[in-house]
Design a protein around this ligand. Structure first.
Ligand code: C2E
Ligand code: CA
Ligand code: CA
Length: 478
């Protein structure tokens, strides 16, 4: 055989072998890096890409999977207070609990941050997904999570979307589960299935938002006013809380629950807040001119709690010459939990301006007490759920009296909302609650009725008659 030919063949074979070996190595590395690309490094669960791939595969095969999207409540606070490694350790513990809870039914992935998804291959019914979601939340609340010796209370909100009725592509399912999760968090419902009414992108919602934009221009929005009275003996009218309603041309008087959750997901919440603030302060100034001098409280959504708010407040105060200390802005405890640092800064800015800030729905959020630290508020409103059934549940009484004691030690005023009967009112007074609000005294009333009510109940203390009250057409349904 020709030696040159042998040498050449050898070179070719060796080169080919090397190329094959290299290709195998590369492919192996490709495969493991593809796996790594779909694995969440922190928890070892699949990640967002893994979920997208799995959902895609199920849908392509004609499957009808269900998706649960879980977001932890108050995780950011844990991260900020205990540090990132404690946060990471908690996420790993949560991943483990989730994995065990849904084992055999669904597959857990981590979407990022404190967001997890559970994919249920299906076919599955919406009711079954709800049961599973509640099991997941129950699993979390029994999770006995810890950071070193510190026990951590972990709760979450879950949104559900089911392939078919709630979406046809993986992307749509994920987006709709996210909308439902956000609605669940907002309503403090724990678990909610996707509902186009909560979705600012759905056709129906776009229509409602369009109508609402017009409603603001055409004065279809109205503000009703609910009084706050003193808890102490004698009883005094202390102020009014402004509560927005929509006098819809065909659907009648709509409560905030019918449109606010939707508005809060869009930028429309800013002009709405500005309108309510200005209307309420203007009304209070009119009342003062009529001899009824009180404070006015306005609710502020989490989304508006940034720099823009101070501008709106300045505007309302300047236009009405209303004294800042007689304006109370109510922000929910949930808003504080969602962004504790942002809330702290916003509250401080308001306080510097002399405006008072109230923590609304106190006790409804997960890790209440932590959030009060360093927060320059002056008032605490005990959540309605504890007040309304105060007499029926002895443990609510313990909670309310502890909150009152704590708030007083922090120098805060305590308001109980949702007071519906005289026995509860008496009990709250005995506990030292400073201010009371609820149907027992009055429902939220149109401005003219609120003035009339104030004069009837507190006649001598509300001064003389004068003209100029803004008339609203509708009363509150009893
Ligand atoms: P909130 O701030 O906790 O307001 C108290 C709610 O409880 C009001 O419902 C009020 O009508 C109701 N309420 C008052 N007394 C009683 C009672 O004795 N028993 C019971 N069961 N309920 C009572 P409403 O007016 O439907 O408002 C619901 C929520 O909508 C408010 O809860 C507040 O979070 C929000 N909201 C209302 N107006 C505005 C607004 O102008 N801006 C923003 N951002 N949110 C608003
Ligand atoms: Ca309120
Ligand atoms: Ca409240």
């Amino acid at each position: 055989m020709d030696t040159a030919w042998v040498a050449w063949t050898t070179v070719v074979l060796v080169t080919a072998a090397a190329a094959i070996a290299l290709a195998v190595v590369v492919r192996r590395r490709d495969r493991s890096s593809a796996r790594a690309a779909r694995t969440d490094a922190l928890t070892g669960l699949g990640n967002r890409d893994a979920l997208a791939e799995r959902v895609g595969r199920l849908l392509a095969g004609g499957g009808e999977p269900g998706l649960l999207l879980l977001d932890l409540d108050g995780f950011r606070e844990i991260n900020d207070t205990l540090g990132h490694s404690a946060g990471d350790a908690l996420l790993r513990q949560v991943a483990g609990v989730l994995d065990r809870t849904v084992a055999g039914t669904g597959q857990v992935t981590r979407l990022g941050g404190d967001e997890f998804a559970v994919l249920v291959p299906g076919p599955v019914r919406g009711e079954d997904l709800e049961v599973l979601a509640k099991r997941v939340l129950a699993g979390l609340s029994m999770g006995q999570f810890t950071s070193g010796p510190v026990p951590l209370d972990v709760q979450g909100s879950i949104g559900i979307a089911l392939a078919g009725p709630d979406g046809s592509s993986g992307e749509e399912l994920l987006q709709h589960a996210d909308v439902a999760m956000y609605a669940a968090k907002h309503a403090r419902a724990g678990v909610l299935r996707y509902d186009p009414a909560h979705d600012p992108h759905s056709t129906n919602a776009l229509e409602v938002l369009g109508q609402l934009r017009r409603a603001m221009e055409e004065d279809e929005l109205v503000v009703h006013y609910q009084p706050k009275v003193s808890g102490g003996g004698g009883g005094q009218l202390l102020g009014f809380e402004a509560l927005v309603r929509w006098q819809h041309p065909t659907r009648g008087l709509l409560p905030p629950a019918a449109f606010l959750p939707l508005v809060e997901r869009t930028r429309l919440i800013h002009p709405l807040t500005r309108w309510v603030l200005l209307t309420a302060v203007r009304q209070a100034a009119t009342w003062r001119a009529q001899g009824l001098d009180t404070t006015i409280s306005v609710n502020i959504s989490a989304a508006t709690l940034d720099e823009g708010l101070l501008g709106m407040v300045e505007e309302a105060l300047a236009l009405t010459r209303w004294p800042a200390p007689q304006l109370v802005l109510e922000i929910t405890e949930t808003a504080i939990v969602i962004d504790p640092d942002g809330a702290r800064r916003a509250v401080q800015r308001l306080r510097d301006r002399g405006v008072r800030v109230s923590v609304d729905d106190f006790g409804a959020g997960a890790t209440s007490l932590v959030h009060l630290r360093g927060l320059a508020v002056h008032e605490l409103k005990v959540d309605r759920q504890f007040v309304t059934e105060l007499m029926a549940h002895p443990e609510d009484e313990v909670i309310v009296s502890s909150v009152i004691a704590l708030a007083h030690r922090l120098g805060l005023v305590v308001v109980a909302e949702g007071v519906e009967d005289p026995v509860t009112a008496e009990r709250l007074r005995a506990m030292g609650c400073d201010e009371l609000q609820g149907y027992l005294f009055a429902r939220p009333l149109p401005a003219a009725e609120a003035l009339r009510w104030a004069r009837e109940e507190f006649g001598a203390r509300t001064g003389r008659e004068a003209a100029g009250t803004v008339e609203h057409p509708a009363g509150e349904p009893a």
